[in-house]
Each structure stands twice: as structure tokens, then as C-alpha cells.
Design a protein around this ligand. Sequence first.
Ligand code: DC
Length: 225
Amino acid sequence: MVENFQVAIDGPASAGKSTIAKILATDLKYVYVDTGAMYRAITLATKLAGLAYEDEEQITALLPKTTIRFEPGSPVQRVFLNDEEVTDDIRSTEVTNNVSLIASYAAVRENLVKRQRDIANSQNVIMDGRDIGTTVLPHAQVKIFLVASVSERAERRYKENLSKGMPSDLNELKKDIEARDYKDSHRQISPLVQAEDAILVDTTGLSITKVVSEITKIIKNKQHQ
Ligand code: DC
């Protein structure tokens, strides 16, 4: 058993994981770890190094030279790659479209899983991603599998983009989300799958407040067991 408290939140792209995890972490005073941002940072590092996304060997060689650090920020956590802030750059369309390939490389996963476990070993954490409950923190006290319909996820992304002044095509967003779901669920290593002991929370039609209160109840119940 782990002594510190670990909450794992997994689920497909745009299911609301990071929004919910961040609020929970603030409420509970836990450290929030956005593991998707780590895979995105390695994808950006690949681009900045001028490497092809297919060049698994060179990308593997890049890993030990790459640092990733988080700092609290609002509305999103700030992300630093080799001490340069990359909070916005890791959300670019190019990074988003290539991150699933980078995240399928065994060496990348091994390296990032180790970093994630190191962070979660010594403090209370809420970690979100795709394989947290199954691989990274198999002994997490609370595991949530957060889902929502493709239409609703595309609409959320659409509104989010608009709020950033970036209009987008709803149908394209749906296709991108479906493509990413497929790649993330069908890769060989640690595919996106609900852990046996994870609780399924479907956020379709639910407000953020409702989802947060539902998961808070689950966490509090566990803490008092
Ligand atoms: O949550 P996100 O959209 O920022 O994640 C970006 C990509 O990283 C996602 O397409 C799959 C990958 N990922 C992963 O393979 N394992 C994780 N624990 C987190 C993200």
C-alpha cells in the first residue's frame, strides 16, 4: 500500500480530465500532474530538435537531456521544457496531431512513467492521463475513468478554441477526437483502457460543479475508510 494519497483520473481526449483534476487538486491541496502535458512536451522537444516524429532512435536519445517541470498557474498549470515556458506551445495543432505517435514509443513511455512515479511517491497527487490507474499508479486509492460522448467532447473543444480566439470546424474536431481515441486505445503499450478497479464517471450533460462534487464524494469516502 502507498502511504500518501493518490488519485488517478484516466479517460479519452477532451473528457474534462484536466479541468476536473485541477479543481480537485486545488480543493484538496494535492499536487496536480498533467501527464498528457509531459507527452506533449517530448513531442515539442522533438520538433525543436529538428527531428522527424518517426525517428524513434533519436527521440530516445533526447529523453535523458530533456527536463519537464510544472508550476502552478491560472487558468492552466504552467509547463517548462528545459527551463523555457512552453505552456501554450504544447497545445499547438502540430503537437496535438503528433503526440499519439510519440506516446506510442516504449522508451518515451518508460522514461515518463518513471518521472510520474517519482513525483507521486512522496506527496499526495491527482494525476490525469490515459494509463495512470492501469500502469503508472496501480495502487492509487482512487481511480476514476472519465468519459463523455464524442459530440460533447468536440463541442467543449470548439468552445474552448473560440474563447482563445481560434474558430474551428466542429466536424473536423469530431474526426480528430475519434482518430486520437482510436490511436490511444489501440497502441501496443499501455493503451487507454479502464482499470478493473476504476469508477466510471460519464460527464455527458453534467456541469463541471456536478462532476467535481461526485468525485469529491468518492475521494472523501476512501479517505475515511
Ligand atoms: O491529455 P492530452 O490530450 O493532453 O494527452 C496528449 C496525448 O498524450 C494523448 O493523445 C495520449 C498521450 N498520453 C498518453 O499516452 N498517456 C498518458 N498518461 C497521457 C497522455
